[in-house]
Design a protein around this ligand. Structure first.
Ligand code: SAH
Ligand code: SF4
Ligand code: F3S
Length: 490
């Protein structure tokens, strides 16, 4: 096999640069456009994007789809039909990366059969030094690697990848400016809206501050204009996105405007539901609680990752709050919002976590009574401080703790759902149930999944559903009413 010449298009990631947090002012660009020539580039060509990871990545995929469709591409779900295949990757845990490398292996065969297919890797894995090296040496059938900071460069990079048969690698380690007005292709009745990019928290286990760069907030007027436009287009729900939304506005030098202020302005927009994710407990201030307690279209659900219930482990994780401070915050939130539904993220088996420390997590979970939680076994990430910490907990012990934790959480979820029996809840009907074509599914304000029987005309509307069978991960109910004029006999 001949070795490719990478020199022409090569800009690989550097962890040293990714760690830096410069004082440079963030500029906002409003002049993105796709030229006439570029808008014909994708004519008669199809694209497929496979997305791994969090909502941030899902939303980046919507932006990439928007750009590709503005270039004339159409979408396909069948990789055999695709002219461009992009893997939008996630680096959060090893198993997320394994899935991508597995898929790259499969795509090698496709690429041998159809050498003209352009295969691209983007997202958080592209920001990792080790990953780019591995692709360069073991996956030379990849045509394009770009990162999370230069998504707006996709049209140009794709063109380069088409015309030059060298691998095009363009990953910026220093975060870019904020680029507004990128086209987006959203589907359904729920929309994601970025309010900020990056993360400065540097929790010791986490790769995100390296893959997403420093915290940069979008200007309030741009966020508000986007939400207003979504309301005008008839979207029923907006989720504001950031790795740590509570740090919103900290980086503004000219205005004093924080997440509480943003929520207070957004709640006045005529859109039925507003959510946000994710909240770091440390920056959750009183003003925000006061605003959230006003309710209305601000839903009573807060995802408040705790990670561990033990103060020493939290310290080693560099979460910058203690068990007591977290519990105090929860108490304050519950006092202000008695109906609040809390959910969380928890890591078990952090390096050196003892049985007693794990039991603190169990007891915290029982005290807070989360309605649900995402739980993970700690996965070492190269380049992060925790990856170098001594760890003598055997993997079987970590798996056993995960099971014990999930058992405790499931019992609490079931009890929480049981309390809804007989109550009537508001459901945004999202579609036909995945497992039963006779049933519809949707979500309550607190994001609980509800299945019930009803006419398909209800999809995209709000229905009143009486809870008849609360389960652990979902609720079954009966239709009690609707706001849909299409279904008049109810
Ligand atoms: N910004 C969000 C989290 C994004 S990552 C926040 O701070 O809440 C989502 C979750 O993945 C984290 O909350 C954490 O529970 C988990 N996670 C992150 N890094 C991990 C690692 N190295 N191993 C296992 N789980 C991890
Ligand atoms: Fe990762 Fe911590 Fe930032 Fe969340 S707050 S993205 S866990 S570093
Ligand atoms: Fe994964 Fe990157 Fe999100 S690492 S969780 S896709 S920010």
């Amino acid at each position: 096999m001949t070795t490719k010449d990478y020199s022409k298009y090569f800009q690989a990631p550097s962890y040293t640069d990714a760690k830096k947090r410069g004082k440079d002012e963030i500029r906002v660009h409003y002049d993105f456009s796709i030229s006439d020539e570029m808008s014909r580039f994708g004519a008669n060509k199809r694209y497929m994007i496979r997305t791994y990871g969090c909502q941030m990545n899902e939303h980046d995929t919507e932006t990439m789809k928007g750009m590709l469709e503005a270039m004339g591409f159409t979408s396909t779900e069948d990789k055999r039909e695709a002219d461009v295949i992009l893997l939008n990757t996630c680096a959060i845990r090893e198993n997320a990366e394994d899935k991508v490398f597995g898929e790259l292996g499969h795509l090698k065969h496709l690429k041998m059969e159809k050498p003209n297919v352009v295969l691209g890797v983007c997202g958080c894995m592209s920001q990792e030094e080790g990953v780019v090296q591995r692709i360069l040496t073991k996956h030379q059938h990849v045509d394009l690697i770009f990162g999370t900071h230069n998504i707006h460069r996709l049209p140009k990079l794709l063109q380069d990848a088409y015309f030059d048969k060298e691998m095009v690698v363009e990953v910026w380690s220093k975060e870019g400016d904020i680029v507004e007005n990128l086209p987006k292709k959203r589907e359904g009745m729920k929309a994601w809206v970025n309010i900020m990019y990056g993360c400065d928290k540097f929790c010791t286990y986490c790769i995100v501050p390296y893959t997403r760069g420093k915290e940069r907030s979008r200007r309030p007027e741009d966020v508000i204009a986007e939400v207003r436009e979504l309301a005008r287009q008839g979207y029923k729900e907006v989720t504001l996105l950031g790795q740590n939304v509570n740090a919103y506005g900290k980086d503004f030098e000219d205005i004093e405007y924080r997440f509480g202020d943003l929520m207070d302005d957004i709640r006045k927009i005529d859109i039925p539901r507003i959510r946000f994710t994710t909240s770091h407990p440390r920056d959750f201030d009183d003003h925000l609680i006061e605003v959230l307690a006003k309710g209305g279209n601000l839903v009573e659900h807060i995802h408040l990752p705790v990670q561990s219930g033990n103060t020493d482990v939290l310290k080693k994780m560099s979460r910058k709050y203690s068990r007591e401070q977290y519990l105090e915050l929860v108490a304050k939130i519950k006092r202000a919002m008695p109906d609040v539904v809390l959910t969380t993220d928890i890591i078990v088996g952090f390096p050196g976590e003892t049985e007693e420390q794990f039991q603190d997590t169990l007891s915290l979970v029982k005290e807070v009574r989360y309605d649900s939680a995402y739980t993970f076994i700690y996965s070492p990430r190269e380049g992060t401080p925790a990856a170098g910490m001594a760890d003598d907990i055997p993997p079987e012990e970590k798996s056993a703790r995960l099971i014990r934790l999930n058992d405790a959480l499931n019992e609490i979820s079931r009890e929480a759902n049981e309390r809804l029996r007989g109550q009537t809840v508001e459901v945004l009907v999202e579609g036909v149930s995945k497992n039963n074509a006779d049933m519809l599914s949707g979500r309550t304000r607190s994001n609980k999944l509800v299945h019930f029987q009803g006419p398909r005309e209800l999809i995209g509307t709000f229905a009143k559903v009486t809870v008849t069978e609360p389960m652990t991960w979902f609720i079954k109910g009966e239709l009690a009413g609707t706001d849909s004029p299409a279904v008049a006999n109810l």
